[in-house]
Design a protein around this ligand. Structure first.
Ligand code: C2E
Ligand code: CA
Ligand code: CA
Ligand code: CA
Length: 278
């Protein structure tokens, strides 16, 4: 029943994409929005909770409409992925982030810049070529870049994904496994993909101070990251109590509303200038 449910959902989505392409519906709207630069990078600060310093940011896409409304990715990213428009959208985002942050990041080589990729990006090496083209001649160093692969979507071709990841790393970038513990890979993606960084999902962070069994998972993930020699970033951190707990366990990096939500470029730039001397 599960499988046929999934098949039906996929068929429904394909029909939605087809109808929308023809009728000037949402797929056409997304294409227009890419052309008009309406997909805007927002930047969520990542904090080194040992030192209190700003470590960098994660890019999170927003659809900024001409009427001033701002749509979160939950409203359009699935359709962009299903229609293939996620590819040009990701290129546009990387270019925009480069232009927003290039000069600031050039003077602050320790700051990191993370991008979300989707499973389809790990099917062939064109994303590696895009990254090279966009950043090679820019003032942002490859070593400042991080790319996140989510466990929420299945990776159909693990050896192929392994190759894309290795090529990104060969450029000097780092790769993180996002949403660890929530998705398809189980722990096998951690073993097979060769990532540098583990991102602990909000679901586990939420449990701190409430659910002792889930907190046992937090502790296990921290231990696993240590044993595998991976950096760990805790996400969705909303309370000081969570920060204290994570710091006590030796977790170095965190992001979440307790520090800041995703910020538009001007606000994030002001934060960088205030927190990180050039
Ligand atoms: P994600 O990569 O796991 O990003 C974290 C999400 O948690 C973001 O939601 C962020 O705004 C939100 N968040 C951060 N801190 C807190 C907190 O303390 N509390 C709560 N409740 N939420 C917090 P957002 O921006 O709506 O993005 C949702 C998802 O959309 C992302 O999850 C990611 O999977 C996807 N996404 C976002 N931007 C991109 C993109 O450029 N490309 C791709 N392929 N996917 C993207
Ligand atoms: Ca992410
Ligand atoms: Ca995540
Ligand atoms: Ca390492």
């Amino acid at each position: 029943a599960n499988v046929s449910g999934l098949a039906l959902a996929l068929i429904a989505l394909s029909i939605a994409v087809l109808v929308s392409r023809r009728s000037g519906g949402p797929v056409r709207e997304i294409a227009d929005a890419i052309r008009n630069g309406q997909f805007t990078p927002y930047y969520q600060p990542v904090i080194d909770i040992m030192s209190g310093r700003l470590a960098g940011c994660e890019v999170l896409v927003r659809w900024t409409k001409p009427d001033g409304s701002v749509l979160p990715p939950g409203r359009f990213i699935t359709l962009a992925e299903a229609s293939g428009q996620i590819f040009p959208m990701t290129i546009a985002l990387m270019e925009a982030a480069r232009d927003d942050l290039g000069p600031l990041y050039a003077e602050r080589p320790n700051l990191k810049l993370g991008f979300n990729l989707f499973a389809g990006h790990f099917d062939d090496v064109s994303i590696v070529e895009d990254v090279e083209r966009i950043f090679a001649a820019s003032s942002i160093r490859m070593t400042q870049l991080m790319f996140e692969v989510t466990e929420r979507q299945p990776l159909p071709n693990i050896p192929g994904a392994r190759l894309v990841i290795a090529k990104l790393q060969a450029l000097g970038a780092r790769v993180a496994l996002d949403d660890v513990g929530t998705g398809h890979g189980g722990l096998s993606y951690l073993l097979k993909l060769g990532v540098d960084v583990m991102k602990m999902d909000k679901m586990f962070v939420d449990a701190i101070g409430t659910d002792r069994y889930s907190v046992a998972i937090v502790d296990s993930l921290v231990k696993l990251a240590e044993d595998m020699n991976l950096d760990l970033i805790a996400e969705g951190v909303e309370t000081i109590e969570q920060v204290e707990y994570l710091r006590g366990k030796g977790v170095r990096m965190a992001q979440g509303y307790v520090f800041a939500p995703p910020l538009p470029a001007s606000s994030f730039r002001a934060l960088v200038e205030a927190m990180v001397p050039a």
